[in-house]
Write a protein that binds this ligand. Structure first.
Ligand code: DHB
Length: 390
């Protein structure tokens, strides 16, 4: 089959790119090895930057984000048994939206299918060929085991942290800068009312906890844990006791826990984002630890840049924006890497932390909340830097 842009991966990056390209009259095929059901039900993060919401809404990709999502004008940073509000609206005049990633995916899939998008689930990309030519190809296999060849003018690897496309760009499936962290998050969904009006990011001697939300009746919470923890090894009582201890004085409203998972932490940036006519975006290009919710938002920022670059290339035969894409994308990627690392290291308790480390960390948290400049930096980064190229 032929198309103008072959997009590997039907996550937020791949689907939004196909949508923006279609708005500009550029055809694409999107393939994903997962089923539609798996994509639409996998629980991921829940916070959208204001710029992400504007793109989804203005491009016609999702209007439900405005009606079903909830605007949050701040968060609480909690440490030493006290909460400190970071007032985004007062500090930077911007906010974020609580709207789960799988809801964004449902909206995007419905929008793309209604527009006649060639969207293929259960199709696994095996290999990208012709990277340095004007006719790159994706070799793939469908669920029945049939080989499919997609001939395109450009190939986009939006295929997540275990990207197949990455090898075609960087020369190896792992090639990149990375660091690991000695902890992970134990995530739960519970049937309970919200315990607070806004999200709570809490540092305590017992470790970190994040109290997030999903709806009036379902809450999402995370607890710092050992990366090797078996999520089924703790009783509900043990989970609640650990969460209550980690929010250190804030009383959580408890309910039945109906979903558990362990999220591993990693920071990663691929050595290259572009080679010939293949580009990497989203988690294929970079992974951030979840603290601060930058993952999907960073993917959207990549898409905004690559969309403009591909329009210039494919509609006007002008490759300058594409040549500038890696450097432009990387500037934001490294800012987001820093912010995610900073939020992570400021709030978690490393297993080998000394008393000095613990007390220094409290000094750091106090530096942030007691300084308007500190609070403003956090608010700017959390609500999202301006999106270039819109
Ligand atoms: C959520 C996840 C995050 O990593 C975060 O920083 C805030 C919220 C969430 O899943 O709700």
């Amino acid at each position: 089959v032929r198309t103008r842009v072959a997009i590997i991966g039907a996550g937020p990056a791949g689907l939004l790119l196909s949508h923006l390209l279609a708005n500009a009259g550029i055809d694409s095929i999107v393939l994903d090895s997962r089923s539609r059901e798996e994509i639409e039900t996998t629980i991921r993060a829940g916070i959208l930057e204001q710029g992400t919401v504007e793109i989804l809404d203005e491009s016609g990709a999702s209007d439900r984000v405005r009606t079903a999502g909830h605007r949050h004008d701040g968060i609480e940073l909690r440490f030493a048994g006290e909460g400190h509000r970071i007032d985004f609206a007062a500090l930077v005049g911007r906010g974020v939206w609580l709207y789960p990633q799988h809801e964004v995916l449902k909206d995007l899939i419905a929008t793309r299918l209604a527009a006649g998008q060639d969207l293929r689930f259960g199709v696994t990309a095996d290999h990208v060929e012709g990277v340095e030519t004007d006719r790159p190809r994706v070799l793939a296999t469908d669920a029945a085991g049939n080989a499919i060849e997609i001939d395109a003018e450009f190939v986009v690897g939006a295929d997540g942290s275990r990207s197949v496309a990455r090898a075609a760009v960087t020369g190896s499936s792992t090639g990149g800068y990375f660091r690991e962290y000695p902890f992970a998050w134990f995530g739960i969904l519970t049937e309970a009312p919200p315990s607070a009006p806004e999200l709570i990011y809490s540092n305590s001697p017992h470790g970190f906890a994040l109290i997030s939300q999903r709806s009036a009746t379902v809450q999402r919470m995370y607890l710092q844990c050992d990366p090797e923890l078996d999520p089924n090894s703790m009783s509900e009582r043990q989970i609640w006791d650990a969460l209550q201890a980690s929010v250190d004085g804030h009383d959580l409203l408890e309910g039945p826990i109906f979903q558990r998972d362990v999220l591993r932490f990693r920071s990663f940036v691929a050595h290259q984002l572009l080679r010939g006519r293949v580009a990497l975006i989203g988690d294929a290009a970079h992974t951030v630890p979840p603290t601060g919710a930058k993952g999907m938002n960073l993917a959207v920022a990549d898409v905004v840049l690559l969309n403009k670059a591909l329009q210039a290339l494919l509609l006007e035969d002008d490759s300058r924006l594409l040549e500038a894409f890696p450097e432009q994308a990387l500037q934001r990627i490294w800012k987001a890497q820093h912010f995610s690392w900073w939020m992570t290291s400021m709030l978690h308790v490393a297993p080998d932390a000394s008393d000095f480390d613990r007390l220094r960390q409290l000094g750091e948290l106090r530096t942030v909340v007691e300084s308007e400049s500190g609070r403003r930096y956090l608010a700017e980064a959390y609500t999202g830097w301006p999106l270039a190229g819109r």
